[in-house]
Write a protein that binds this ligand. Sequence first.
Ligand code: SAM
Length: 267
Amino acid sequence: MSLNWIEAEEFSFDSLLLMDKFMIEVIAKNLQKEESQKHLSIALAYNPSVLWYFINRCPEYKDYFNNLVKDVEEGLTKEEVRKSEAYIIDVMDTMMVYVYPEMMEELDYIKGWDSERILSITDFKDKRVLDLGSGTGRLAFAVAPVAQWVYASEPGELLREYLREKQKRLNVKNMSVLDGTIQTIPFEDDTFDIIMAGHVIGDDYEEEYRELCRVLKSGGYIIDCPGEDERKKEGPSRDMIELGFEYSHYTSKFGGDVYRYWKKVIK
Ligand SMILES: C[S@@+](CC[C@H](N)C(=O)[O-])C[C@H]1O[C@@H](n2cnc3c(N)ncnc32)[C@H](O)[C@@H]1O
């Protein structure tokens, strides 16, 4: 059994017009391989409205995007352009679904996951909890029935809308949905009993850990609880262990290794 994922062919390149600024920044920073750059140049040169949107949404990358498209060959066929569009959509697959939350919710790493995986890590009863980079609220909705209050922080605008709609639909009263990133968590120092995240920690472990500790109360827990996975791993994350996290491992129903991490932080 393998995880379901997106079919790039089914996505219009216009989907990129739904992206938030932070997603465009990821495209500008991460697509650095020669092959990716080639396809991004073609896709943007032949989709001037997407190029315009990228430049206006992220003016700091104006020169970068303009340089990318300046030498693109004219007269490419529809099929050649579509191949480049599909390539970009495919390499950005994890992020493409951030603008299609209903589709994201159906992915196996979220849908195939069991809420016991978070509830068994610590006691959430009466705790003030932050779910950082909440996505469709996999973790937030799992702990809401026991927690005192859950803050679902999510930088994607369409995901925030989705979280609010889901909250209403499920009649969850003890949840606030808000903007925010792991780099700048929009709360005062010493606010939370528990901070949890899934697939969010890891761009800069030390800097992120410092920011997490800032908003955590002394004696509180930081938890990293990913969804289901099909990938085999060689072991737990060295970075998390160096930061003092404990961990446990299980084999996901899709055959992959899943490591969950937690740390009680005394300040
Ligand atoms: C792979 S999804 C995981 C969603 C959810 N945590 C889960 O595990 O089901 C990553 C989420 O992190 C959010 N995100 C991206 N950059 C972020 C940042 N700098 N800080 C916090 N969240 C971020 C994305 O918008 C997305 O919802």
